[in-house]
Write a protein that binds this ligand. Structure first.
Ligand SMILES: NC(=O)c1ccc[n+]([C@@H]2O[C@H](COP(=O)([O-])OP(=O)(O)OC[C@H]3O[C@@H](n4cnc5c(N)ncnc54)[C@H](OP(=O)(O)O)[C@@H]3O)[C@@H](O)[C@H]2O)c1
Length: 369
């Protein structure tokens, strides 16, 4: 190991955020497992076959972050379930590689890929246009049946996106929120029941209080400091996606106009590339401890909660799937706070509208040039 790397490891071990990950995250994971064992968890059987629009029009499913870990496993499994799977990732090379790997396991897999960076609003907007064009070219119904908001990062340093947001908050929450808003009409227009699955995490249990303010989304005060509270921001981003899911679920229940539902999946601890920014020796140590405790899974098993959430009967909505076998448990008390969820929803909508206005203005200007 180089001296620079050794210094980085020592700095990380000494930082409070690493302790938080090591201790609090393990406790919150154990709480989720205990809840599943001790409380009466609801169980929802998976549907055998997703509803078909017509023989020539298989149900369309979008999986974000499909080039690695849980996303790749979900894309592969859902292609076997009969979905036309659209893989969304930020690297064209990795998308082609993942598609080839899925085809090796399932030669009949129906796959398409779109390059999208979820930390960029313009990239999200471009996806909608490309998707609409693709559905038209394929002679398919202009709708989608399943959206899996899976992409996520654990960033150990502050990075601002082109739109000025904290990259981790944008990738894990604001990006999925904007993508959902943009694709909502296509989900609502589905002639068969449609669904959104948002991937959260047991780490959300460590957030006891959260302010919905500019700092939450922009994190500007961290840009000058070396100590970016990465573990706390990751937890907050996962609570945000949970609050957003429950709020959307409540709105759908109230409207009762569409056959759309929303579920949440918590995969537990899974050996993926999520800790790529943590020094290798430390992430391996964490995986070894979790394996010793018997609570570490590989993506093929960890993906169960995502598949359970996606394939539960159409009327199942607002459920937090954890532990596989169709089981759903309760998330943290704060995640059911309706006032907080409404505040978050309102602020996120304001940000979405502002970004949309800026995007439309810039596309208009470039069209005139
Ligand atoms: N692993 C766990 O123990 C665990 C536990 C609880 C929850 N989760 C959640 O599960 C989800 C999947 O994570 P994973 O464990 O499978 O991690 P992973 O192996 O690192 O996969 C993350 C995926 O997200 C993609 N991604 C990252 N930033 C993106 C961006 N800006 N735009 C588009 N795609 C982006 C990555 O693409 P690249 O390949 O281009 O980087 C990759 O395909 C995440 O939301 C994570 O928070 C994981």
């Amino acid at each position: 190991m180089e001296v620079k790397e050794i210094c980085r490891v020592i700095r990380l071990i000494c930082c409070i955020e690493f302790m938080r990950m090591g201790v609090l995250w393990t406790i919150s994971l154990l709480i989720s497992h205990l809840r599943q064992l001790l409380c009466n968890s609801n169980t929802f059987p998976r549907r055998r076959q997703p509803a078909q629009i017509s023989a020539a029009n298989p149900p369309v499913c979008i999986v974000t972050g499909a080039t690695s870990g849980l996303g790749a496993a979900a894309a592969e499994a859902l292609s076997k379930e009969g979905f036309f799977v659209i893989l969304v990732g930020r690297s064209g090379h990795l998308l082609s590689k993942t598609m080839a790997e899925i085809r090796e396991l399932n030669e009949n897999a129906q796959l398409e890929a779109f390059e999208v960076d979820l930390s960029s609003f313009s990239s999200i907007m471009k996806l909608k246009n490309s998707l609409m064009r693709w559905l038209l070219d394929m002679n398919m119904h202009p709708s989608i049946q399943l959206l899996i908001n899976n992409a996520g990062i654990l960033a150990t340093s502050y990075r601002a996106t082109d739109d000025g947001f904290d990259e981790m908050m944008m990738t894990n929450y604001l990006g999925p929120f904007c993508l959902t808003k943009v694709l909502l009409p296509l989900l609502i227009d589905s002639p068969v029941p449609s669904r959104i699955v948002n991937v959260s995490s047991f780490t959300h249990r460590n957030v006891n209080d959260m302010q919905v303010d500019e700092e939450l989304f922009y994190g500007k005060s961290y840009s000058d400091f070396r100590n970016y509270p990465f573990a706390q921001i990751y937890e907050c981003s996962k609570l945000c996606i949970l609050l957003f899911s429950y709020e959307l679920h409540r709105q759908l229940c109230k409207d009762k106009v569409s056959q759309m539902s929303v579920n949440i999946a918590d995969p537990g601890a899974v050996k993926t590339n999520i800790m790529r920014e943590i020094p290798h020796c430390l992430s391996q140590l964490a995986f070894s401890v979790l394996r010793l405790l018997g609570i570490l899974h590989y993506p093929e098993k960890g993906v169960s909660s995502i598949l359970d959430a996606a394939l539960a009967p159409p009327e199942t909505s607002g459920m937090y799937f954890f532990g596989g076998k169709g089981r759903a448990i309760k998330s943290s008390p704060l995640s059911y706070d309706t006032m907080l969820a409404k505040r978050l929803w309102g602020t996120s909508c304001d940000i979405f509208l502002e970004l949309k206005r800026t995007y439309e203005k810039s596309t208009l200007i470039s069209a005139c040039d």
